[in-house]
Design a binder for this molecule. Structure first.
Ligand code: GLC
Length: 552
């Protein structure tokens, strides 16, 4: 064993898969997915090659925000199963080498949480200070995160005549993290789920969570995050915090805990994701390259989480208005495909007009850009959204397992399903696991191959990122270099096939480029090599040096 055994830092080379138990597989035929169903599909996920499962909220909830409105931090929503069913999933996943992380939604509770029911009884209720109150409506009021759905962050509580803060929906009052009791409650919930075997948390809405409530003095808000991280690590050395922080890189650096890496272990790269879409729209990788180069240098234990789609709107809020409109025009030409003036409600394949070359190129990028890839369920088979479902829910339809009308998700009558699958060209009849499992040319098998090659190329998670020189503006050529070797990838953002004259001047005369997705092996002739790229083509290589002991 080496003291610096990098496999301890499992998240640096993980493949994360996000799903909502409610929409994955229904075992008891009531139209709602459940833990028993998920347990039956762990082998599918293991075959796909994922190493970490992120479970979206599954706690008891009135479900007015897809479970992000929690009434009991320790419970399991009875529609989804019991703690026993949860443990079965944990055990099965562990057995197949899959870690599980869960959503930690503690910026707010549901307004039906027992704390809030107590808090609103009277101004001197012991739970009053669990939330943030104001006697008058604060002047700096603004619409919430959901413009068009909420016009104010402050809601009048009729009974006590005071206003409570809600950064999101009015039925989601923000908790008061200035209250030490609330901080202890959060730690206790973290401790509980760690004891249940989870390997960490996807932390919801982090900037809102640590913000100092109005008129309170909490000192450095990042101290709270450092506290949580210390507590987490005391309880479980392998546990991670994967934070949702949609802020400019400079601020994200602070949420990592700077160069010390003492706060969030991982963060989604929202800037990189938005720049990727701008690059796709322009058929020019420049915007993406700029973003990747601007990423601050983070601690070796910290990591970026890359994604091309998640369960929310595809937000474009960090682009300029002009850039956002370019992406809107390219990928959401119809006003009904947009939301909150900043995002898109579609999944990747419909945005790319179903062009398989482009869709594959996007997933090739997801698995080869520096960082850890995160998949949203159904992406591996190219699921589309159900455009008849308004808002963010359009992409939260049931997983499509087979060609039957309910996609094999449930034996319940179609009208009882928790959500309706799309009825258009993306209906289960056209897009499903069973058909793609047997088809070597399917997207599913493509993603499976990418995952296998990614997992054999630890440089992608660990290496030093470099943009390589060449002569084609529409191509991103990059390498990831670490002490185990060098990974090279090329991506053609244009529809035109081309030949790229790539320069790898610093490689030895006798090195080769070994094709990781095909059979080719090319000598690096004095550091120069000519690479063929198809329309929206992509290539992955490893620089192989004689005697480096790798299999290729
Ligand atoms: C996060 C979640 C989103 C939810 C919100 C409020 O942004 O991703 O789905 O609505 O937090 O909890």
């Amino acid at each position: 064993m080496r003291i610096t055994d990098t496999s301890d830092l499992w998240w640096k080379t993980a493949v994360v898969y996000c799903l909502d138990v409610e929409t994955f597989l229904d075992d008891n035929g009531d139209g709602v997915g459940d833990f028993a169903g998920l347990a039956r599909r762990i082998d599918y996920l293991a075959d796909l090659g994922i190493t970490c499962l992120w479970l979206m909220p599954f706690s008891p909830s009135p479900d007015r925000d897809d479970g992000y409105d929690v009434t009991d931090f320790y419970g399991v929503d009875p529609r989804l199963g019991t703690h026993g069913d949860f443990v079965e999933v944990m055990r099965t996943a562990r057995d197949r080498g899959i870690r599980v992380i869960v959503d930690l939604v503690v910026n707010h509770t549901s307004d039906r949480h027992p704390w809030f029911l107590e808090a609103r009884k009277s101004v001197d209720n012991p739970y009053r200070d669990y939330y943030v109150w104001s006697k008058t409506k604060p002047k700096n009021d603004a619409p919430t995160v959901f413009p068009g759905e909420e016009s104010s962050m402050w809601e009048l509580d009729e009974k006590t005549g005071e206003y409570f803060l809600h950064s999101f929906y009015r039925h989601q009052p923000d908790v008061n993290i200035a209250n030490p009791k609330v901080r202890n409650e959060i730690a206790k919930a973290i401790g509980f789920w760690l004891q249940m075997g989870v390997s960490g948390f996807r932390v919801d809405a982090v900037p809102f969570l640590i913000e100092a409530p109005k008129d309170t003095e909490i000192g450095d808000p990042h101290e709270f995050l450092r506290d949580i991280r210390r507590f987490l690590q005391r309880r479980s050395s392998e546990a991670v915090l994967l934070g949702e922080v949609n802020l400019p890189y400079r601020q994200q650096f602070d949420y990592f805990g700077g160069a010390a890496g003492s706060e969030l272990t991982m963060q989604f790269d929202f800037i990189g994701m938005q720049s990727l879409y701008l690059s796709l729209a322009r058929r020019d990788p420049t915007a993406l390259i700029r973003a990747l180069r601007q990423r601050p240098e983070i601690a070796p234990e910290s990591q970026w989480a890359n994604f091309v789609r998640n369960h929310d709107e595809l937000t474009l809020d960090k682009l300029t208005e002009k850039q956002r409109n370019e992406v809107f025009e390219a990928f959401a030409p119809d006003e009904s495909q947009r939301i909150y003036g900043r995002g898109i409600t579609r999944r990747v394949p419909p945005m790319l007009e179903g062009d398989p070359r482009r869709i594959r190129m996007v997933y090739s990028l997801l698995f080869s850009l520096p960082g850890t890839p995160v998949l949203f369920y159904g992406e591996e088979i190219g699921m589309g959204e159900n455009a008849d479902i308004p808002g963010r829910s359009s992409v939260r339809t049931p997983m499509q397992w087979d060609a039957t009308p309910t996609g094999g998700f449930s034996s319940a009558r179609s009208s009882r399903l928790v959500a309706q699958p799309p009825g258009d060209g993306y209906a289960p009849e056209h897009v499903n696991v069973v058909a793609q499992r047997d088809d070597p040319d399917s997207l599913l098998q493509h993603v499976q191959r990418l995952i296998a090659r990614y997992r054999a190329s630890a440089e992608i998670g660990w290496g030093e990122f470099e943009v390589l020189e060449h002569d084609q503006k529409a191509v991103l050529a990059h390498s990831m270099r670490s002490d185990i070797g060098r990974f090279v990838a090329l991506h053609n953002f244009a529809e035109r096939p081309m030949n790229v004259q790539l320069r790898l001047d610093d490689e030895a005369e006798d090195a080769n480029l070994v094709d990781l997705l095909g059979p080719e092996r090319m000598p690096l002739d004095g550091g120069h090599v000519s690479v063929e790229l198809g329309a929206y083509g992509y290539r992955w290589f490893r620089v192989s040096r004689p005697g480096d002991g790798r299999l290729g």
